[in-house]
Write a protein that binds this ligand. Structure first.
Ligand code: CUA
Length: 466
C-alpha cells in the first residue's frame, strides 16, 4: 500500500512539473525585456517569501505532530489558554513577511505605471473582435496583427477598444493590460533582444477570443528604421495573376472592410489593414503561419469560418453570403497571389503621409450631371466594388440598397435633383449619410479617381435602378 502511495505521489509530481516548462513561447519565466524582468523578479521575491513561510510552518507542524504525538498510557496534557509571547510572535512574523512583499510590489507598481522619461516610440493599439490594429502616429504607419518594435527602446502603447473588453498581453515582454471601450489605457515595454514574441488577447471578448493573437517582432534599431521607411513605399505593381487578384479585391468587395494603402478605393476599417500584407508571417490574427505556397491563406479565404469561428469576414463578407459573388478556386488563387505580392517596391520613394493633395471642391453652383452611359455605369459599379456595400435591390448591406434611389434622392435635399444628389454623394460620400448607416466607410476618393464622364455614367446607371 505504501509503495502505491509513494509511486503515485512521484508520478503526480512528475506530471505537475510538465506544466512548468520554461521555454514555451508564452512563458513568463523567460523574460526578454526590462518590464517583464522586473515583474519576474517580483514573482521570485513573493515566491521566496511564500516558500519560506511554507517551510517554517509545515516544518514546525510536522515536528510538533511527531515529537508530541500521543503515546500509550499518556495522560491528557496541560491545557493552555493564551500566551502573550507566542501571540506577539505570530502577529509580528506575518507583518514582517507582508512588508517584505509589499515594499518591492508597491515600488514596482509605481515604476511600471508610467514609462521612463526618455525618448520613446508611441504606438496606438486598437483591439477589435478579433484582430489587432497597430498605428504609429509619428511614423504614419498603420498595420495589423504584427507589431514591429526596435530593441532597447521604450515603446509606449496606448490601448483602445473598437468594441468590447480585450486585454493586451505579450508574456515575455510585459504583464497584461485591459483594453476598455471608451477609455485609453497605457502599457510600456522594452525588448532587449531581437526576436518574435507571442502575444494574445487575455480577456474574454466573444467567440473567437482564443484566436485573437498577435506577434511582436523586435528588430535592431537599424532594421526597424528600414522596415518603417519601406512601409511607406508603394507596393510592387501587381502583374499577371496578381493583377487579376487586385481586380477581384475590388469587385468582390474586400475593399469595403480592408485598407491597402496603394489602392485608393481600399479604405475599409472593419477588418485589418492589409497594406504590405506580403511582409507578414501570419494570417488571421496570428492563427496560421503564412506558408510559402499560400496553402494556409487559401484555406483562410476559402472557408474563414473553419479557421476562426464567428469571424466577421465570413459573417458579413458578401462573397461568403451571396452565392452570385462566391469565389472560384481560381479567384482565390489570384487573391492569394495578389495579397502575397503586396510588398514595398524599393525602387519607389516612400510617400510621407499627409503630403498627398486633398481633393479640392470647386465653389459655385451644383451642376446638373449630364446624361451618361448606363452600361458604362453598370460596369463601373462592379469594377469599383460598389456592390460590396450596396445591393442593387432594396437590401441594406453596409450601405443602403440602390433600388429606387432616384425617387428617394429627389427632394431629400431642398432644390437638389436626384442627379445632383447622387453626383454629390459619389464625390463627397459624407455629404448626405442616410441615418442608421455608418459615416466614413465609403472611400472619399472617387472625386479624384473618376472623370466627370464616368461619374455621369454612374449616376445614369444608379438612376435607372427601379
Ligand atoms: Cu479580445 Cu479576447
Amino acid at each position: 500500500m505504501r509503495t502505491v502511495f509513494l509511486y503515485g505521489g512521484l508520478l503526480a509530481l512528475l506530471l505537475l512539473s510538465f506544466g512548468c516548462s520554461t521555454d514555451s513561447p508564452q512563458s513568463t519565466f523567460d523574460a526578454a525585456g526590462y518590464v517583464a524582468k522586473s515583474q519576474l523578479t517580483l514573482f521570485w521575491i513573493i515566491f521566496g517569501a511564500a516558500a519560506f513561510v511554507f517551510v517554517v510552518v509545515e516544518g514546525l507542524l510536522l515536528y510538533t505532530v511527531i515529537r508530541y504525538r500521543w503515546k500509550k498510557g499518556q495522560a491528557e496534557p496541560a491545557q493552555i489558554h493564551g500566551n502573550h509571547k507566542l501571540e506577539l510572535l505570530w502577529t509580528l512574523a506575518p507583518a514582517i513577511v507582508l512588508a517584505v512583499i509589499a515594499v518591492p510590489t508597491v515600488m514596482s507598481i509605481f515604476e511600471l505605471s508610467t514609462p521612463p522619461d526618455e525618448e520613446r516610440l508611441e504606438i496606438t493599439v486598437v483591439g477589435h473582435q478579433w484582430f489587432w490594429e497597430f498605428e504609429y502616429p509619428d511614423l504614419g504607419i498603420k498595420t495589423s496583427n504584427e507589431l514591429h518594435i526596435p530593441t532597447g527602446k521604450v515603446v509606449n502603447l496606448t490601448l483602445n477598444s473598437n468594441d468590447v473588453l480585450h486585454s493586451f498581453w505579450v508574456p515575455k515582454l510585459a504583464g497584461k493590460q485591459d483594453i476598455i471601450p471608451n477609455r485609453s489605457n497605457e502599457l510600456w515595454l522594452i525588448a532587449d533582444e531581437p526576436g518574435v514574441y507571442f502575444g494574445q488577447c487575455a480577456e474574454f471578448c466573444g467567440i473567437a477570443h482564443a484566436k485573437m493573437r498577435f506577434r511582436v517582432i523586435a528588430e535592431s534599431p537599424d532594421e526597424f528604421d528600414k522596415w518603417a521607411k519601406d512601409f511607406l513605399r508603394p507596393s510592387v505593381a501587381p502583374k499577371g495573376m496578381a493583377s487579376q487578384g487586385a481586380k477581384l479585391f475590388n469587385e468582390k468587395g474586400c475593399i469595403a472592410c480592408h485598407t491597402i494603402q496603394d489602392n485608393p478605393i481600399a479604405r475599409g476599417n472593419i477588418g485589418p489593414s492589409l497594406t504590405h500584407f506580403g511582409l507578414r508571417n501570419t494570417i488571421a490574427a496570428g492563427i496560421l503561419e503564412k506558408d510559402e505556397f499560400g496553402e494556409n491563406l487559401t484555406k483562410w479565404l476559402t472557408n474563414p469560418e473553419e479557421v476562426k469561428p464567428g469571424n466577421i469576414m465570413s459573417r458579413d463578407g458578401i462573397i461568403y453570403n451571396d452565392t452570385k459573388m462566391t469565389m472560384t478556386n481560381k479567384d482565390v488563387a489570384a487573391l492569394v497571389i495578389y495579397l502575397g505580392s503586396l510588398k514595398p517596391d524599393i525602387n519607389k520613394e516612400p510617400i510621407i503621409p499627409g503630403s498627398s493633395s486633398v481633393p479640392s471642391i470647386a465653389l459655385g453652383e451644383v451642376p446638373e450631371p449630364e446624361s451618361g452611359n448606363k452600361v458604362n455605369g453598370e460596369a463601373l459599379f462592379s469594377s469599383l466594388g460598389c456592390s460590396a456595400c450596396h445591393s442593387i435591390g432594396t437590401d441594406a448591406l453596409i450601405g443602403p440598397g440602390m433600388s429606387g434611389l432616384a425617387d428617394r434622392a429627389s427632394g431629400r435635399v431642398e432644390d437638389l435633383s436626384a442627379g445632383q444628389y447622387i453626383y454629390q454623394s459619389i464625390i463627397d460620400p459624407s455629404a448626405f449619410v442616410v441615418s442608421d448607416f455608418p459615416d466614413n466607410v465609403m472611400p472619399q476618393v472617387f472625386a479624384d479617381m473618376l472623370t466627370d464622364e464616368e461619374i455621369n455614367d454612374l449616376v445614369e446607371y444608379l438612376k435607372s435602378l427601379k
